[in-house]
Ligand binder design. Structure first.
Ligand code: F6P
Length: 368
């Protein structure tokens, strides 16, 4: 592969909420840069905050050895700070400034010729001003939500799906013992991929997705039937972004400075309370939370992360820039990084997973 001679040192950054597999990408990019292309690597700490605050450290081979299986990110991450909306305190008052120039200074000071940014659509949005200023960038899509436009799969999703499935399996046995309804609230923001996949994999009886507003009456009707069957218990996989028809999502927190300020959460408890009130079935709620983001990546995510990392570096050295690596039709591909900004990949109504779940009598809280 012809190497771009202008790229002698790259900066690596992990942005947004973490997910399993980030370290596997860091390792893949760094090792292939160092060993295949004789390119130096520096790590930018804590996402875009590190670029603004000039927190940059060289990465050497020993730094990226032994991290393939480790969850989290050795670089640190951040889903609050955006260079375009950076809070500064002046005379006791917070004002927001565009800190793109500070990022460019850091890039110049550390002689960074190109950056590889590992993140979701928020991180890719933060990358656009750097691209516009002439910094070559390549994106690598990460998130447990699997909601990034242009890629069929993000790394981190398969691990989160596995964790969620195992948790739902555990709820099954206790639900069975006590003849209870168990509601499990899962992450995913506005996208139902995680809940849909884990719901199917665990054989959940009801799956509630943000894309399909639900009717509590329909859910209760279904549960009345199911609870009278020999099974006598029920599992509900409920996405944090799910909501009743005609009503909005439940916001648990607004993180003012964040690129994506809305944090969802609380719908699981509301669904459980409504079910118990109407049916009198004993109902409990589990909010799985950040457990879904933690821990070592499953084998599939290690493979995907390694392939993404190597592909990102290869794009750079072949002279391509401002692209994001994607997984499409069972292989690696790449698209303009700008394509993913501001959009979300949601579950389409006719998706084969919805069809399959409906065929085995899973309730989506709506007539489909
Ligand atoms: O985007 C990943 C994600 O885990 C979402 O599923 C969830 O809604 C959000 O991040 C939680 O954000 P935080 O870590 O700020 O609570």
């Amino acid at each position: 592969m012809p190497s771009d001679p202008t790229i002698k040192r790259i900066g690596l950054l992990t942005g947004g909420g973490d997910c399993p597999g980030l370290n596997a990408v860091i390792r893949a990019v760094s090792k292939s840069a160092m060993f295949q292309h004789d390119i130096e690597v520096v790590g930018i700490l804590n996402g875009y905050e590190g670029l603004i605050r000039n927190q940059v450290e060289p990465l050497y081979a020993p730094d990226v050895s032994g991290i393939l299986t480790r969850g989290g990110t050795i670089l640190g991450s951040n889903n609050r700070i955006s260079p375009q909306h950076f809070p500064v305190e002046e005379n006791g008052e917070i004002t927001y400034v565009d800190a793109t120039d500070r990022c460019l200074q850091t890039i110049e000071e550390h002689r960074i010729d190109a950056t590889i940014v590992i993140g979701g659509d928020g991180t890719m949005a933060c990358t656009m001003p750097l691209i516009e200023a002439g910094v070559p960038c390549i994106g690598v899509p990460k998130t447990i939500d699997n909601d990034i436009i242009g890629t069929d799969l993000t790394f981190g999703f398969t691990t989160a799906m596995t964790t969620a499935t195992m948790s739902l399996d555990r709820l099954h046995t206790t639900a069975d013992s006590h003849n209870r309804v168990m509601v499990c609230e899962l992450m995913g923001r506005n996208a139902g991929w995680l809940t849909l996949a884990a719901g199917i994999a665990s054989g959940s009886d009801v799956i509630l997705l943000p894309e399909i507003p639900f009717s509590i009456d329909l859910i209760c009707e279904y549960l009345e039937d199911r609870m009278r069957s020999p099974a006598g218990f029920s599992i509900i996989a409920c996405a944090e972004g799910a909501h009743p028809e005609g009503e909005g999502q439940i916001v648990s927190q607004v993180v003012e400075d964040s690129v994506e300020p809305i944090r969802l959460g609380g719908i699981g408890h509301l669904v459980a309370a409504a079910i118990e009130e109407r049916t009198r079935f004993e109902t409990r709620t589990t909010v799985l939370g950040h457990v879904q983001r933690g821990g070592p990546p499953v084998a599939m995510d290690r493979v995907l992360a390694t392939r993404f990392g190597v592909a990102a570096l290869e794009l750079l050295v072949s002279g391509l820039q401002n692209r994001m690596v994607v997984w499409r039709n069972g292989d690696i591909d790449h698209i303009p990084l700008s394509d993913v900004v501001g959009g979300q990949r949601l579950v389409p109504m006719g998706h084969p997973m919805i069809h399959a779940a409906s065929a085995v009598r899973t309730c989506f809280g709506q007539d489909l």
